[in-house]
Design a protein. Structure first.
Length: 135
């Protein structure tokens, strides 16, 4: 017998342990996203005024969405980085010792040859660049 306060009376199968476990796992995923958003900037609101903080919350949520889409579309087959924390991705991919150079033939990314995550970055870059610009 399991005692819970989920309030799922009348839903077929809601009294089964597997159903309750699935509901709790889904809630854990939500809590993980909230924790990730806090790391991306929601923890530190810059002002005491509401209007400034609205812009900050919007920017922090956009950063978290871009992070999630980059993982989903660019790093889906890299076991280490696909489920990595934002701090790990910041260290591995975003603080990359590289330069972006414009040339007549297009853009060239010059990356240090000794950087251990060079292949993962280039794979992600090649997957994300051909995506169409959102309208």
């Amino acid at each position: 017998m399991i005692a819970t306060n989920l309030g799922l009376r009348g839903i077929p199968g809601s009294h089964h342990v597997q159903f309750i476990d699935a509901v709790r796992r889904d809630h854990a995923e939500v809590e993980d996203r909230v924790r990730t958003n806090k790391v991306m900037g929601l923890r530190n609101l810059p002002s005491k005024t509401w209007t400034v903080n609205i812009g900050w919350v919007l920017a922090a949520n956009l950063a978290a969405d871009i992070d999630a889409w980059a993982r989903l579309l660019g790093l889906h087959d890299d076991a280490e980085l696909a489920r990595a924390e934002p701090q790990t991705l910041r260290y591995c991919l975003r603080h990359l010792p590289a330069r972006l150079v414009s040339h007549a033939l297009g853009r060239i990314v010059k990356i240090s040859a000794t950087w251990p995550w060079m292949k993962a970055f280039l794979t992600c870059w090649k997957r994300l660049c051909p995506l169409p610009t959102p309208t």
